[in-house]
Structure formats: C-alpha cells, structure tokens
Design a protein around this ligand. Structure first.
Ligand code: H2B
Length: 96
C-alpha cells in the first residue's frame, strides 16, 4: 500500500465511507464511548493488536470510558495516506 499523502479530495471521498471519522491537522480521528473504563482499555488493546498485524500504528488515548483513535503516516511526512484510511476502516470494523 502506498505511503504517498492523499489529496484533500481523496481524503473526503474516503471519509464519505467512514462514519464518525474526521480529518484535521493531517490526521483522521474518531472517538468511541464505552460502558466503562475496562471496555475502553480492552478496545485500545484490540486496536493495538490490529495495528501490529498491519505494521501501521494508531495513536490511542483512553480517558475513562472513551477511546480516541488518531491516525497519520510518519512515512508520508506525517500526512494522511491510504494506510490511514485502510486502518480507520479496519478499526471501525472492529469497534463498530
Ligand atoms: C518499520 C515500520 O514498518 C515503520 O516504522 C512503520 C511502523 N508503524 C507506523 N505507523 C504509522 N502510523 N506511520 C508509520 O509511518 C509507521 N511506520
């Protein structure tokens, strides 16, 4: 998969099929809310394992019952690449 930065148009097109995700500051981000802290931690572990399998890693922030997932491609000069839209889709498939 390409490490080239996507254009604004390509990112907008990808976001039209990624409900809940937003694009700002060269990142794609989405936040999930869970019944409690342990569920948020478990979700973060799931995303971590998924990222390891893909060798493309999301930045994860847990705040009590919330998990924020943020993706960008260091290899694309800290811009959004197809690796990020692909990872975002996989995270949405995992977390709903
Ligand atoms: C060597 C390894 O493939 C690279 O360092 C990977 C690992 N995970 C990564 N994750 C992210 N988000 N961006 C990268 O450029 C990246 N590069």
């Amino acid at each position: 998969m390409s490490d080239q930065p996507l254009t604004e148009g390509e990112i907008d097109l990808a976001l039209s099929d990624l409900p809940g995700w937003s694009h700002a500051n060269d990142r794609l981000e989405r936040t999930w809310t869970f019944p409690g802290h342990l569920q948020a931690l478990a979700a973060a572990t799931g995303v971590g394992l998924l990222s390891e399998r893909r060798d493309h890693h999301a930045d994860l922030t847990v705040n009590y019952d919330k998990l924020r997932v943020s993706v960008t491609s260091h290899s694309a000069g800290d811009k959004v690449s197809a690796k990020d839209t692909d990872l975002a889709r996989a995270v949405s498939d995992l977390l709903g």
